[in-house]
Design a protein around this ligand. Structure first.
Ligand code: CU1
Length: 544
């Protein structure tokens, strides 16, 4: 147990890493968008481009998200039990994760690990890249243990009532992460690390990709569930209303725990060596997992309608206008939700076997996940920082005007970047190429206007990211001392007298066990098959 002061330092230490990672990654993204529009920049080479895409992906998708999510988890657990459980473990894990990140990024910036954030073999990185990312994951396991221990303590203290919805969502996510990271840990320990150290000469790319996507799909839910937690437990109150249904929220998080992992083959539709029947099973699971997201869309829109009407909104759509669009936290989440709706429809295209072959490896994919992780998650996290950092640090939010403008700039930039990316992808523009002129090929001309608009989007996004980082630095370094407002979760509409009772959806241990069974059904046979195919190992390649 620790005092709140120590908890405060721990949480802010995580936020610092998240904000700095975000700032560096955003600067690299702008250069990439400009490079893909074939506009000449100083130092523009393929080598520089792939180094910077790797750094951008690792910093955004693995560092910014993980550190922010750990910070939010500590906030929520502390709120529940009044302190951070096992603070020494928490600090140890923080430094292990940070050391891993520094190690991995040092090799990236030294041009020794240009393998992109998916680190597909046979592209080969420096061993410290794989070891560093493994340490980041190992550090996050300590966080998982602390979340589960806090949850058990909260349940033991009040066995007759459920824990807060915020903690329920956080612990579902921690369990999901524990299950998912087994895949990437196995890939690192049995394949990538021994191979990069030269202990094994060749690697099986199909097995590596399968283990990666076993981890990679639940990874996207690891990003999105904390955003959903904020949508359910913070947004309704900040918008001036109540959560439409808390029991639906509990069901949603438990369903995500069950369904997030046995779907990874939907990233491998084009991979040979995996029977179509197994790909089909994963497709069905993917379609089922859209159900809790639809429930979330319904519940959140209903909660917002409650808020808008309580604020005096009338008529069919009048309540939308009366929402507090000038509150940077609320605006961030509302705009994140709008972008996510488009991203969700694109995701349904990706998940359909036939449609997937049209968009596979095109600019569509990068455009798609910038609406999901890059907007639904990242913009929600930024909005959450505006709400959370003053409460944790005891400092006033500085540069409030920039904070008000920032979510709108993100929305505009992402619309320019992403909508054009979807269209260009349908017209055949590949993802992950540093130049798109294809030696003047006629088809490449058709992309020109689109990649230019996309680059403009990149510049707007960079401005938005810069505003966010300035607001955070101003607040953390120069905010005026304030008496922070307490954190209060949103009330639920129609809470029964005496509060909610514990239901089957609160039994996360049970749902974790169900998730394990589904994972075994979905993966044992395909992985067994891969291990018994004629294996063609590949040596490592370092083209950049
Ligand atoms: Cu996926």
């Amino acid at each position: 147990m620790t005092t709140n002061h120590e908890g405060r330092r721990l949480i802010l230490a995580h936020i610092w890493v998240a904000v700095l990672a975000f700032g560096v990654a955003a600067a690299m993204a702008m250069m990439q968008a400009i490079s893909r529009a074939n506009l000449d920049l100083p130092f523009r080479t393929a080598r520089m481009y792939y180094m910077s895409v790797t750094a951008h992906g690792v910093l955004m998708a693995l560092v910014f998200t993980t550190f922010f999510i750990m910070a939010l988890g500590y906030v929520i657990a502390r709120q529940e039990i009044g302190a951070i459980k096992w603070p020494r473990l928490a600090w140890t894990c923080y430094f292990v994760s940070l050391a891993g990140v520094v190690m991995a990024l040092a090799t990236v910036f030294a041009f020794k690990s240009s393998v992109l954030y998916t680190f597909y073999p046979p592209l080969q990185a420096h061993p410290l890249f794989y070891i560093g990312l493994t340490l980041l994951v190992v550090g996050s396991w300590g966080w998982v243990a602390i979340m589960i221990a806090s949850w058990r303590q909260a349940k033991a203290a009040h066995p007759d009532r459920p824990v807060s919805l915020a903690l329920h969502g956080t612990v579902a996510n921690a369990m999901l992460w524990a299950l998912a990271t087994i895949g990437v840990a196995a890939e690192m320990l049995f394949q990538l690390i021994p191979w990069s150290l030269g202990w094994s000469k060749t690697i099986d790319p199909l097995l590596a990709r399968t283990l990666f996507w076993y981890f990679g799909h639940p990874l996207v839910y690891f990003w999105v569930l904390p955003a959903y937690t904020i949508w359910y437990t913070v947004l309704p109150r900040e918008a001036g209303g109540k959560l439409f249904s808390e029991p639906l929220g509990r069901m949603v998080f438990s369903l995500f725990l069950i369904l997030s992992t046995p779907v990874g083959l939907h990233h491998q539709f084009q991979d040979p060596g995996i029977p179509a029947s197994w790909k089909l099973l994963h497709t069905f699971n993917t379609m089922i997992i859209s159900f809790p997201s639809f429930v979330t869309a319904f519940t959140i829109v209903a909660s917002l309608e409650v808020a808008g009407r309580l604020r005096g909104g009338k008529g069919l759509f009048g309540w939308i206008r009366t929402l507090p669009w000038g509150n940077p936290m609320v605006a961030s989440v509302l705009l994140a939700c709008l972008l996510f709706m488009v991203g969700g429809f694109g995701g349904a295209v990706n998940a359909a076997y036939m449609l997937n072959s049209v968009v596979h490896n095109t600019a569509w994919i990068a455009a798609h996940f910038h609406l999901t992780v890059g907007s639904a998650a990242a913009l929600t996290f930024m909005g959450t920082c505006y709400w959370l950092v003053p409460k944790v640090s005891g400092r006033s939010l500085e540069l409030g005007l920039l904070a008000k403008v920032q979510p709108y700039l993100w929305f505009l930039g992402m619309a320019l970047f992403s909508f054009t990316g979807h269209i260009a992808g349908l017209m055949g523009l590949p993802r992950r190429v540093f130049t798109t002129d294809y030696a003047g090929a006629p088809q490449a001309h058709m992309w020109e206007g689109l990649t230019t608009i996309s680059a403009l989007g990149g510049v707007v996004l960079f401005a938005s990211a810069g505003f966010f980082v300035l607001v955070m630095l101003g607040t953390l370094l120069a905010g005026k001392p304030i008496e922070p407002e307490p954190i209060v979760w949103a009330e639920s509409l129609g809470t029964p007298a005496g509060g909610y009772r514990v239901t089957v959806w609160d039994r996360l241990g049970l749902w974790f066990a169900v998730a394990v069974v589904l994972v075994l059904i979905a993966y044992v046979v395909p992985i067994w098959d891969i291990l018994h195919l004629t294996r063609y190992g590949s040596p490592g390649f370092k083209p950049f």
